[in-house]
Structures are given as C-alpha cells and as structure tokens.
Design a protein around this ligand. Structure first.
Ligand code: ZN
Length: 102
C-alpha cells in the first residue's frame, strides 16, 4: 500500500468525509488502515480477567485505504503517491503533484 503508519490522510467518502487524521495502523493484507478519529464506534465492553473495567469505549475501526487520500505535508492538500528513485538508488515516495518527498 502507498499509505503507511504515521501518514496524515483525509477521508474521501462516508460519514467521516473530509476528516483528517493520522494513520495509527496499516493493514496491507486487508487493504485497510486505522485512522485516528475515523470510523469511531462505541463498543460495550464487559470485564475479563485482563480488563477489569466494564463500560462503553470508543474504538476506531479500519477503513478501506481507497477511501482515504494522503495529505501532502507541503501543500496541505490531498494527493496521490508516486515512487521515484533517489540519487543513491533508493526507492522513495513522492507527492504526485508537487514532487515533494514523503
Ligand atoms: Zn505535494
């Protein structure tokens, strides 16, 4: 996937459309990402041996990576990702619009 943990993304569709957040976890096998504050749901949690507190907790569920776009740190706008090779031959991600390394 072109979006990694720690990236700032914007949601393109759904109930959190327009919301920005940081990717806290990337799930490449599922093609999904977990974004801070996006797809937040209430979960009713009962106590277990490891978790003594019961109650309603907020949890961020994974969203399809196709529903988010990377936010370019330079332009502060949603963009696509391209790959290029640096002077040392290393593969790097660049902004498809301004060419800034990501
Ligand atoms: Zn850019």
């Amino acid at each position: 996937m072109k979006i990694h943990r720690g990236d700032n993304v914007i949601v393109l569709s759904g109930k959190d459309k327009g919301r920005r957040g940081e990717v806290v976890r990337a799930l490449p096998k599922e093609g999904r990402v977990i974004v801070e504050g996006v797809n937040r749901v209430k979960r009713h949690q009962r106590t277990t041996q490891v978790r003594k507190r019961a109650g309603i907790i907020d949890k961020d569920l994974a969203v399809p990576v196709s529903k988010v776009a990377l936010v370019c740190p330079k332009e502060h706008a949603p963009t696509r990702v391209r790959y290029s090779f640096g002077a040392d031959g290393a593969k790097q991600r660049v902004c498809a619009r301004c060419g800034e390394a990501l």
